[in-house]
Design a protein around this ligand. Structure first.
Ligand code: AMP
Length: 191
């Protein structure tokens, strides 16, 4: 079983690359951002709660995010593996994920960190915001707040996964297919 975490700041290309890796390795792709947006669209109670945080570019509280993620994993018992995209984003989430996977007899294989400079990421997100309709992509102040959230709460996960020898840095700048090839090179070498 291959269980991958796609790690990186907003705009790093996690969703784009997840779509390729999902096909290549026959994995189930779980994006917590997509799940929250689905809840918002469906006007569920969880969607209403999440929206107030997402609109500001703040992280949604850990426990609701963890519960949603675990439910999604449990709903895919036939999966050959998972790509976690945008999760975990805090140490509490990472610990909860490890414990949860352990109980299921599963484990994270690798955390793949896509790296690119902030200015490039802002350009990408503003461009995406022109077509995605995502209000959190249309306002540079909200984008910068998402980076602040990342630096404060998500960046420490690098050390968390490095301590497990599971952290791989991938240059996230270049053509989409070049970046996919860099990711595949790492995944193909996983034991
Ligand atoms: P994304 O689509 O991954 O950029 O996520 C969009 C927004 O959803 C984030 O800015 C957060 O408000 C929320 N979100 C997504 N994943 C998480 C998570 N793992 N923990 C907390 N909030 C999240």
């Amino acid at each position: 079983m291959i269980n991958l975490i796609l790690f990186g700041k907003p705009g790093a290309g996690k969703g784009t690359q997840a779509a390729f890796l999902k096909k290549r390795y026959d994995l189930v792709h779980i994006s917590t951002g997509d799940l929250f947006r689905h809840h918002i669209q469906q006007k569920t109670a969880l969607g209403t709660l999440a929206q107030s945080y997402m609109d500001q570019g703040d992280l949604v509280p850990d426990q609701v995010t963890i519960n949603m993620l675990e439910q999604e994993v449990v709903q895919n018992p036939q999966a050959k593996g998972f790509i976690f995209d945008g999760f975990p984003r805090t140490t509490a989430q990472a610990q909860a994920l490890d414990e949860f996977l352990n109980v299921q007899g599963m484990a994270i294989s690798a955390t793949l960190a896509l790296e690119a400079a902030d200015d490039l990421l802002v350009d990408r997100l503003l461009k995406r915001g022109e077509t995605s309709g995502r209000t959190d992509d249309q306002d540079e102040a909200k984008i910068r707040n998402r980076f602040d959230e990342y630096n404060a709460k998500t960046a420490p996960l690098k050390a968390y996964y490095q301590a497990q020898n599971k952290f791989f840095i991938i240059d996230g700048v270049g053509a989409i297919e070049e970046i996919t090839a860099r990711l595949e090179e790492v995944v193909d070498q996983l034991g």
